[in-house]
Design a protein around this ligand. Structure first.
Ligand code: 5GP
Length: 144
């Protein structure tokens, strides 16, 4: 059901893209917006979303835009690893609720991993302090 369906223009990421909901932004150009995840699974967890699309997931996104989108994801993942000096980084996304998707506008997670530090759960974690997220976003932006 959630894998196929209509795009809801009132999903939270659509609202963030329209400036109707807040986010802690770290990068933006004509193709993508990147911002800090409000329920981070680790320090530096951020999201990269494509603009000008009604793709709910990767399967619906035009193939001819994937290169541009993932070039941005790669650039941001590189900046995140520099900014946080992490030991690894997860780059992932989920398609459909049974796969773990909760927001139905295509997005990629960039989640730094630190040796011997467990991840917070994908859902049900604690919301981050906004000042902390702002400082982290500034660190990532400076590493771009
Ligand atoms: P999904 O579960 O669909 O893969 O990922 C959605 C992500 O969006 C989750 O990691 C969740 O913490 C994050 N998220 C949900 N609502 C908001 C919000 O209002 N602002 C921000 N910055 N992140 C959000």
């Amino acid at each position: 059901m959630s894998l196929a369906g209509d795009y809801d223009g009132n999903n939270i990421f659509a609202k963030i893209l329209r400036g109707e909901a807040p986010c802690v932004k770290l990068f933006e150009d004509e193709h993508v917006l990147a911002f800090m995840d409000i329920f981070p699974q680790s320090q530096g967890h951020c999201l990269v979303i494509p603009k000008n699309t009604t793709a709910r997931n990767l399967l619906e996104f035009p193939a001819d835009r994937l290169g541009t989108y993932f070039a941005s994801v790669q650039k941001l993942a590189t900046a995140v690893t520099k900014a946080f000096n992490c030991d690894g980084v997860i780059v992932t996304q989920f398609n459909g609720a049974p796969a773990g998707q909760t927001v139905f506008h295509l997005h990629v997670h960039i989640i730094p991993r630190y040796a011997n530090l467990p991840l917070q759960p994908h859902h049900g974690g604690k919301p981050a302090d906004l000042d902390v997220l702002r400082e982290q976003a500034a660190r990532i932006a400076a590493a771009l």
